[in-house]
Write a protein that binds this ligand. Structure first.
Ligand SMILES: *Cc1c(COP(=O)(O)O)cnc(C)c1O
Length: 459
């Protein structure tokens, strides 16, 4: 099992050894610094999330103009929070343990335009790039209106044909396992930017086809996600007019994801759900490189402090973030170093090396990590379909097992002051991160595979 990168002492850690075995693993942290302290220790710019929220607001009229499906929400890209009562009962039966409290699903699988959580981070970075170009080229005299509707003139300038011509001279490039490429590519193409997406060969063919059909250049790379990112970074670095979206360290992606938190707080309030000491919130976030779950966690800790527990969900074959945080090595360690393959049916989560930004800045705020076997994610795709008719991709299901892992860990609950009373009043949110863009035949394949895999619950 031992490979080159990780030295003896790390493999002697029983948790790392368990991850290396490929078995499903939970690491729920009994001791965690108070959220206020961890947030204070962060060196992220103050106002990062608010700035991103305003950027989305400025571009809302543009979205409403260009994507009719966003008009009902006035151009704001957001997903519903839905009660998952049938899923809660069914999972209780399958696992032989009823879940106290209330189960919800956050439906990022239905986010407009690109159908995954990447519509948060990916779109935000494209918007920031577009604003940067408009401002640096002084198009539409952006910023010259002086007051704090800052940037609004830039958005108006997008209607000007001269702006369109300028944007087309600029490029944006990204390395992706699929969904990030889809978000960046689809949006960049709509702005008229030249978009290039570097993908690993294991990325789904339909994602490549869809991008090519919108005029996005897709470059395929042998090897995994990190190789695609590295190749993209090098290619973009040679072109001064091309911006590279770096999934392994981008603050702009991170900020876009974080905007979800305040929106979620609004949704909970509208449902008359109160989160406090006696009604804690648990959020289960599928994790690839870490930007998505890291951004959401940062935002949620700002809103709910210690009353929110953020649990990162990873595939057993690619537990990169837990490995990075546990060893403190962050992006200096990869799952191959402990003998794991890094390949999984969970597309968006097939990441061998975690984000340094997230591990270093957010690592201390993450309440726990849970790894999930591929067969379980496969089975959960059909469980979600059978219980609610929700059709999601395998990675999007990773959170569904999370609440039962918390219930199984009495030591964690005790150490964190979670007694039977507060668990009975707890709210669990499974973040469903992608799916609505998956073509029907592909989805039928997932469902078939899922039904065949349901035996994992009886093993
Ligand atoms: C990208 C992605 C994630 C995780 O986001 P990271 O920023 O890579 O951690 C989760 N689910 C889906 C469907 C994704 O595409």
């Amino acid at each position: 099992m031992r490979a080159d990168g990780v030295t003896g002492p790390q493999l002697e850690d029983p948790l790392v050894a368990r991850l290396a075995s490929g078995k499903e693993t939970s690491w729920l942290r009994p001791q965690l610094d108070p959220a206020e302290q961890s947030l204070g220790a962060c060196s992220l710019p103050a106002g990062l999330v608010e700035d991103a929220r305003r950027r989305f607001r400025r571009f809302a009229p543009w979205f409403a103009d260009h994507f009719p499906q966003t008009r009902a929400a006035d151009g704001i890209i957001e997903s519903p929070l839905e009660r998952a009562g049938a899923l809660q009962s069914r999972m209780g039966e399958l696992l032989g343990a009823e879940l106290p409290g209330t189960l919800w699903v956050k439906r990022d699988d239905t986010l407009p335009v690109s159908g995954s959580i990447k519509a948060r981070g990916g779109f935000h970075e494209v918007l920031q790039v577009v604003e940067g170009i408009v401002e640096s080229e002084q198009l539409g005299a952006a910023g010259s209106d002086g007051h704090r509707s800052e940037g609004a003139a830039g958005v108006r300038a997008l209607r000007d044909p001269a702006t369109a011509r300028t944007l087309h001279q600029h490029g944006i490039a990204v390395g992706s396992t699929g969904n990030l490429g889809l978000s960046i590519g689809l949006l960049a193409a709509e702005f008229g930017l030249r978009a290039t997406v570097h993908m690993s060969t294991d990325a789904r063919p339909w994602k490549k086809d869809m991008l090519r059909s919108r005029g996005v250049e897709v470059v395929e790379h042998a090897g995994d996600f990190s190789a695609a990112v590295a190749a993209g970074r090098t290619a973009a670095g040679a072109d001064p007019l091309t911006h590279f979206v770096d999934d392994e360290s981008s603050l702009s992606l991170f900020a876009g994801y974080a905007v979800a938190a305040r929106r979620l707080a609004g949704q909970l309030a509208a449902l008359e759900v109160t989160i406090d000491e006696s009604s804690p919130l648990f959020v289960y976030l599928p994790c690839g490189v870490g930007g998505g779950p890291g951004g959401v966690t940062y935002g949620l800790k700002q809103v709910f402090g210690d009353h929110v527990h953020c649990i990162f969900m990873e595939p057993t074959s690619a537990p990169s973030m837990v490995l990075g945080v546990r060893t403190g090595l962050h992006s200096e360690v990869s799952v191959q170093d402990i003998g794991l393959s890094g390949s999984t049916i969970a597309d968006g989560l097939a990441v061998a090396r975690p984000s340094r930004l997230v591990g270093e800045q957010i690592g201390g705020m993450i309440d726990g990590f849970v790894t999930v076997a591929d067969e379980r994610m496969a089975a959960l795709v059909s469980v979600l379909d059978e219980t609610h008719g929700w059709r999601v991709e395998p990675s999007a299901t990773a959170g569904a097992i999370g609440p039962w892992r918390v219930m199984a860990d009495a030591a964690y609950r005790e150490a964190r002051g979670l007694d039977a009373r507060s668990m009975a009043r707890a709210h669990h949110i499974v973040w469903s991160t992608g799916g609505s863009m998956v073509p029907e035949d592909e989805m039928n394949g997932y469902l078939q595979q899922g039904r065949a895999a349901q035996g994992i619950f009886y093993a």
